[in-house]
Design a protein around this ligand. Sequence first.
Ligand code: CA
Length: 239
Amino acid sequence: MATWKMVGLSDTGQLREHNEDAVGWDAEQGWAVLADGMGGHQAGEVASAIAVEVIGDELRAVADSGGALPLQGAVELANAEIHRQAQQQPRLRTMGTTVVAVLLQGERLYFAHVGDSRLYRLRGGELQQLSHDHSLVQELVDEGMIDAEQARSSGQKNVITRALGLESQVEVAMGEAELLPGDCYLLCSDGLSDRLRDEQIARLLDGESLPQLAQGLVDAANTAGGEDNISVIVIRVWE
Ligand code: CA
């Protein structure tokens, strides 16, 4: 059985008045969820909070039953709940949120995501992005229309093509990975990944104290401008 530690941090950043990101995790049960809300007039805060609450509640109840299925079900449930509340309250009509969530069991990590919040893994000094953004620029990269560098500087990089809460149903992207000792996983919102390059993220993840790592990532994104809310959850796997 792999063991792990995890720690999360969410920061408003330098320019925004509100933090529309939300994070939740339970190291003992082995799950974590991060959401980046949108919708104006603080509706984004409501959407991301519902996502973290519903997914957390659901995983708390089913985490022991295992596998990817409960994780996917939890995200679908959050989608339905955000959509339901958006329909009921005019102020919240356009709210939605990205989400990235992980469930760790035995030697496996299961992940689910919607939108452009990301999951990275640092293994053997190499950073790999395990999630695949649901965004306009990612689609353009996939079609070979632009390269990764052009995607970074694109004015459309925040246009996402999938989010929780916009429709009564959502297609959740799922994946899984084997946990190896020394692995470091990072869940983050685009307030981090827009500001830092892979080399910086890899360097900042390479340290001993998880709270210091998380703070170091947030500080670096703030130093690089901090235009958006910045959220991270860092997970380190031990023997
Ligand atoms: Ca954001």
